[in-house]
Write a protein that binds this ligand. Structure first.
Ligand code: NAD
Length: 267
């Protein structure tokens, strides 16, 4: 074990990664595996999970795959049980699944609202609860991370239902952190800013153009930026971090405080 991996304290730990087949889930799996953590990758598509499992296994850890749909309540107990069986328990969990739909509040129907809550909030509550129950039953404690968004912390024009769902995720993460701390389970969220992912949102391309001009670090984030944050929050480095939301946004939220815009590059 290198000094670096022992600092993370993840050697031999067992992580469930929901949406592990690409993007931020893939990056999280890669960084966790590189720190010696076994991983179980849950995805809708076997091929995607297999590919990432191959990458993770290259670090010498156990890498299991589980095909499942976390939006189907009935599958959640089966997914968690399968992960427990394949890894011999679960003491880390990061859940990536989520997406925004594009449209003003006036265009948002009740159906779209419910769909956004299901995709970004409801399933997270259920999978985190099922994972925590396992950790409590086995007495292992553990660490859980949900993916929120900067949209959950400010107004999110043209994706208001999404923003409300992510704000809900931030809130329920805080409550989980408080209620589950006596079981040695910590729960935190990551709030990505503008991140380049394999599957771009259903967002007009013009947004991609100006997003860079809003970001103080002058670049959009990468899935690795999010994977590194997940590694941190799931590791011993974050041993006393609980109930927080870590913005990984290149300074975007801070810049929003200055409506006149960013200073010139070297200003
Ligand atoms: N890209 C951004 O700028 C940005 C900004 C803020 C927040 N986010 C958040 O990041 C997350 C998306 O990350 P990404 O684009 O890397 O992931 P993604 O959408 O590419 O999904 C990752 C994997 O999850 C799988 N998946 C999708 N639905 C599933 C389901 N119901 N059950 C099981 N597996 C499922 C997919 O097959 C895919 O392989 C979302 O929560 C999103 O709200 C993204």
């Amino acid at each position: 074990m290198t000094e670096e991996t022992s600092l993370f304290g993840l050697k031999g730990k067992k992580a469930l990664i929901i949406g592990g087949g690409q993007g931020m889930g893939e990056a999280s799996a890669r960084f966790l595996a590189s720190a010696g953590c076994d991983v179980a990758l849950v995805d809708l598509e076997q091929e995607r999970a297999d590919r990432v499992a191959g990458i993770a296994a290259g670090f010498g850890v156990k890498a299991a795959t589980i095909v499942g749909n976390v939006l189907d309540d009935a599958q959640i107990p089966r997914i968690v049980a399968e992960a427990e069986e394949k890894l011999g328990g679960i003491d880390r969990m990061v859940s990536i699944v989520g997406a925004a739909t594009w449209g003003s509040l006036l265009e948002t129907t009740g159906e779209i609202w419910d769909q956004q809550m299901a995709l970004n909030l409801r399933y997270f509550f259920l999978i985190a609860k099922a994972t925590a129950e396992t950790m409590i039953r086995r007495g292992t404690g553990g660490r859980i991370v949900g993916i929120a968004s900067v949209d959950g912390q400010r107004a999110s024009p043209m994706r208001g239902a999404y923003g409300a769902a992510k704000a809900g995720l931030i809130s329920v993460v805080q409550t989980m952190a408080v209620e589950w701390a006596p079981h040695d389970i910590s729960v935190n969220a990551i709030a990505p800013g503008h991140i380049v992912t394999p599957r771009l949102f259903d967002t007009p391309r013009r947004v991609e153009g100006y997003s860079k001009s809003l970001i103080p670090m002058r670049r959009r984030g990468t899935t690795d930026d999010i994977g590194k944050a997940a590694l941190f929050l799931l590791s011993d480095l974050a041993a006393y971090v609980n109930g927080t939301t870590l913005d990984v946004d290149g300074g975007l939220l801070s810049a929003n405080l200055f409506p006149q815009g960013l200073p010139a590059s070297n200003g």
